[in-house]
Write a protein of this length. Structure first.
Length: 532
């Protein structure tokens, strides 16, 4: 039995998925919410939000992600970063998962990955959970009714959380599996209800496919000046660096908060919504994101709430610190209607330096920008994980290693070419600690970070005096209107300058040790820009 709107020539039966119970095609948000509530998948929260727990998995499972190793992708996949799965193991996995699915109800969403019609990916999501259909309908781009009539999926993602993989039979690690087969154009997800696996699977696909077309896929947020899409900025950064917060500037138009492509025509958002972290979210600091948590059909993941009043506890991380809110972009008042913008004038790389040695902002040469892009530095702090007693560096190349199927240098060269062709200015912004390391110093004032970013984006930062940093080699502004000059010199914020020097040398050595893996694959100018 089928329900909803679909191209009759492309039902699931045509993809070898048979024997299911009811199949619901392309249900809209109100109907998906009704189905999720009827099936007991979660609760209706304030304002019509959907409150759900994802169970044992409250985040992604990167160690359970596999790429099927076939001759077609053998030479193009970065196997040191992507665990291989044998083709025959994937065939068994697919057969066993499809057998498990028989008699069960499923929800199908046919959606676009990418706002640019010339470069988007037509992707089908087949989900066991109704709320997963709601989630991905928020996060990807929704076709019109006319476009659905002729929709032909280029890739299909099948997500069945109730299925548990057998490591011995399926060539995986645990009962949880995310297996990507580029030749069969199929991704299978089992053993996890964490909805982010759906979104990041599409990102991984685009990260593999787009470079072949000369398009740079990026784990970044983006915004542009009001009425001027040619004045665009992109913000690279790992979780916790401020990528979502800093791009959501009320004085600029939000293109997107997480995933974009850079083509010959400019920037385009991969997504149609946002997946914002909500831990310690406040109406004062982020009023628009906060307001989405009480909007109709917003998906609230793993937040603790009062069972009677349904009031959300934004400070409670007892389930996970990775609490999330998923909502469509049009819930943000200054969001772009098109998801399109021009070529970036500014490329910003965000880091949260818990060592307390990086300046609040630094100007990078194109070669230095490639160095920091390939490094992808941020840091963990004491208390975030068992055994972490002092700041620990985290290097995630291209600011998104778990989603990179190709070698980092592929993305690095693409970004270098785009920056050179379009003359973008490059900046490193530290949203971490100053006045000492974590535990001694304090977080960089958000007001100062915003003022420095504003000066970078309006061009005024380019004309202030700069000094060359003796440890990292980049240029640091010496005076910026509205910013305490003392903050611009991190060494001067430490009570013991010698302790700063020792900490800076320590971080330099960490950068150098991490970067050694890329040296055989990079150009001479990037080697010359290397630290240490």
């Amino acid at each position: 039995m089928t329900h909803g709107r679909v191209n009759p020539a492309h039902r699931l039966e045509d993809q070898g998925i048979t024997g299911l119970g009811a199949v619901y095609y392309n249900l809209t948000e109100p109907v998906l919410l009704e189905e999720a509530l009827r099936r007991g998948e979660g609760r209706l929260g304030r304002g019509g939000a959907f409150l759900v727990s994802t169970g044992a998995h409250t985040g992604r499972s990167p160690k359970d992600k596999f790429v099927v190793r076939t001759p077609a992708v053998e030479s193009s996949v970065w196997w040191e970063n992507n665990a291989p799965m044998a083709p025959d193991a994937f065939v068994r996995l697919r057969a066993d998962m499809y057998a498990h699915m028989q008699g069960r109800d499923f929800f199908v969403q046919d959606l676009f990955g990418g706002a640019d019609p010339a470069h988007r990916l037509d992707v089908r999501l087949v989900t066991e959970l109704a709320w997963h259909g709601l989630f991905i309908r928020h996060l990807l781009r929704r076709p019109s009714r006319h476009e659905l009539d002729g929709f032909v999926p280029e890739f299909t993602i099948v997500n069945c959380p109730s299925f548990r993989a057998d490591p011995a039979r399926h060539g995986c690690r645990t009962g949880t599996v995310i297996a990507l087969d580029f030749e069969r154009r199929l991704i299978l997800i089992g053993g996890t209800a964490y909805a982010g696996e759906n979104k990041k699977s599409v990102f991984t696909l685009l990260n593999y496919l787009l470079p072949e077309r000369g398009i740079m896929p990026m784990h970044c947020s983006a915004n542009h000046a009001p009425g001027d899409p040619s004045d665009t900025a992109i913000f690279f950064g790992l979780s916790g660096t401020g990528k979502t917060t800093l791009s959501a500037d009320p004085a600029r138009v939000l293109v997107g908060d997480d995933e974009h492509g850079w083509s010959e025509r400019g920037i385009f958002n991969f997504e149609g919504g946002c997946y914002a972290k909500t831990i310690n979210l406040s109406p004062e600091a982020e009023p628009e994101i906060y307001a989405t948590t009480a909007r109709f059909a917003t998906v609230i993941e793993n937040m603790v709430y009062d069972p009677e009043t349904l009031e959300l506890d934004f400070g409670d991380d007892s389930l996970t610190a990775n609490t999330r809110s998923a909502y469509p972009l049009d819930y943000i008042s200054n969001a772009s209607d098109t998801g399109l913008a021009g070529h970036p004038r500014n490329v910003i790389m965000l880091t949260c330096d818990a060592f307390g040695v990086l300046p609040p902002i630094a100007r990078l040469t194109p070669a230095q920008a490639m160095y920091h892009f390939l490094s992808g530095f941020t840091s963990k702090v004491a208390g975030t994980e068992v055994g972490v007693t002092e700041p620990q560096p985290t290097f995630s190349t291209c600011f998104g290693a778990p989603f990179m199927p190709r070698r980092p240098e592929v993305y690095g060269r693409l970004l270098a070419d785009k920056i050179a062709l379009h003359g973008a200015a490059c900046w490193l912004v530290n949203t971490g600690w100053t006045g000492g390391a974590y535990g001694t110093g304090h977080r960089m004032p958000i007001r100062a970070t915003r003022a420095l970013l504003a000066a970078a984006l309006d061009g005024s930062l380019a004309v202030v005096p700069f000094r060359r940093d003796p440890f990292f080699g980049f240029d640091v502004p010496m005076a910026v209107h509205g910013v305490d000059p003392g903050l611009l010199d991190p060494r001067g914020t430490w009570a013991d300058p010698a302790a700063y020097d020792a900490q800076a040398r320590k971080l330099v050595r960490m950068f150098a040790a991490n970067f050694a893996q890329y040296v055989p694959h990079i150009d001479a100018d990037v080697k010359a820009a290397a630290i240490g």
